[in-house]
Design a protein around this ligand. Structure first.
Ligand SMILES: [Zn+2]
Length: 179
């Protein structure tokens, strides 16, 4: 898969994303193409774009890239887009895949968003003990995931609060020197 480099609005490199993600960001007017593959175009139903090698965000985004995202219930719901991992309906609770009573921890890989009904039904059991199948595989958000989650948020321009952690970050704008 071809990767595209994302620059922040101040031109500092942030991350790489798939070409498909890059095109979506440009189509949503969240980024502009800075460099494209010469002669290559992305063509789909209503799309005709140069194939971006580098895109730049239209708005400045603060992302604490040097940090691993700390686990939180809210973060799990955001990561899973409030979709229940068992039935796909709207999730308002966080389920421990391996229950805490069986040694499961508060970690990204052991927790999923779940609707209240499925969480109640599963109770203190693993999915196999409860005869329930996970439809998604829990993952730890990478910096690229974090950036995309931040960009995908409709309300507010900031990061989800689970990412807004104190500490070193790359948030200082590295603006090009003016002559
Ligand atoms: Zn459910």
């Amino acid at each position: 898969m071809r990767e595209t480099l994302i620059l922040n609005a101040g031109f500092e490199p942030l991350s790489t994303v798939s070409l498909r993600r890059a095109v979506v960001l440009v189509m949503q007017d969240k980024a502009v193409v800075e460099h494209a593959h010469p002669g290559l175009r992305v063509r789909a139903a209503s799309i005709d774009l140069p194939v971006p090698q580098v895109i730049r965000l239209c708005r400045y985004v603060r992302v604490p890239f040097r940090q691993r995202a700390p686990w939180s219930r809210r973060g799990v719901l955001v990561r899973d887009r409030h979709r229940c991992a068992y039935c796909g309906r709207r999730a308002t609770t966080v389920d421990h895949v391996v229950p805490r009573s069986q040694g499961g921890g508060d970690t990204w890989l052991n927790t999923v968003a779940a609707c209240a009904a499925d969480n109640h039904r599963k109770a203190d059991r693993t999915p196999s003990q409860a005869g329930m199948a996970l439809s998604v595989k829990p993952f730890e958000p990478t910096p690229a995931d974090a950036l995309l989650l931040a960009l995908g948020l409709k309300d507010g321009e900031g990061l989800p609060e689970w990412l807004a952690v104190p500490g070193p970050s790359v948030s200082a704008p590295a603006l090009p020197a003016t002559a």
